[in-house]
Design a binder for this molecule. Sequence first.
Ligand SMILES: *Cc1c(COP(=O)(O)O)cnc(C)c1O
Length: 335
Amino acid sequence: MSKPDPRTAPFGSLFTDFMAVAGFSNGQWSSPVLQATGPLSLHPAAHVLHYSSSCFEGFKAYRSPGGGAHVFRLDRHIERLRHSARLLVLPEPDAALLREMVLSLVDRVRAEVPEAPGALYLRPILFGTTPNVGAAAHPATEATLLVLASPVWDYFAGGAKPLRIQMEPASRTAPHLGVVKMGGNYAAALGPTLAARAQHKVDQVLFCPNGEVQETGAANFLLFRRNHVLTRSLDSTFLHGVTRDSLLTLARDMGYQVEERIVTVDETLEWVKSGEAALSGTAAVLSGVGTLIWQDQHHHVGDGQIGPVTQELRAALVAVQRGVVADKFGWLTRV
Ligand SMILES: *Cc1c(COP(=O)(O)O)cnc(C)c1O
């Protein structure tokens, strides 16, 4: 039977035949195994189902130009999952364990890593499995760590379209949990995002509590001008994107002034009269914003099209990710 084609399948809807799995019980992790991707057996009292003890990661492996494959910023993503696990009081996997799971999985399914502009999207997930509905105020003592792999294509294969974004005075999540990559934060952002979509036909909501710009439901927010990048400084209220960090590193290296500090709504609306705005994240890399809506007023970002700095930084990052330029910062792990 021929497999569905990643070029035409919706992002994240196809999976490789194998996934990597490890379990935590009696205070230790089991040796990881590769097994057929398919349903799990889970007790209905599992901690995650009742008390949302779960976090995840998302990053990509690419087909290398000279053959083989490589993973982009694997160590950063491993550290972020461990940080999420600590903040949710889940058993924290050793970096070496998760690294082995990812690399052995990519090795096993290497024939399914799409060529550019596709990639293999990797999705580790960690969740509490202790069967005890009385454990509301207790951490899970048993957990599962698994890594799924999904062949994906370029988000913008049909051409990049400038995004319409609604700015909302609401918070995306509890202030101390924005930094955790957890499904509960997505559930919290879904209602406001659907309401905004229905109201103004926007693509995303940019959360701006207390008049300060935070991030959208699943991407970081950056402002650009010629030789200047401005974005919110790191704190616990939002997710510290690896794409964000990579773009800031490349921009500095290209001679841009990179400013990280609190950015207000007022300042953002002033900036976009002549500057650019974009969203960053693993799935779509860097997406230009064409319109910002604030208190029912539409504000064009520049001329409403995707600007030159957005295009330049996106191209620079994609070249490193695909391995077509030198890996100057040691971001690629060969498989
Ligand atoms: C994953 C995620 C991002 C983007 O992070 P990357 O490491 O760049 O993929 C941004 N915001 C939220 C809420 C996320 O979950």
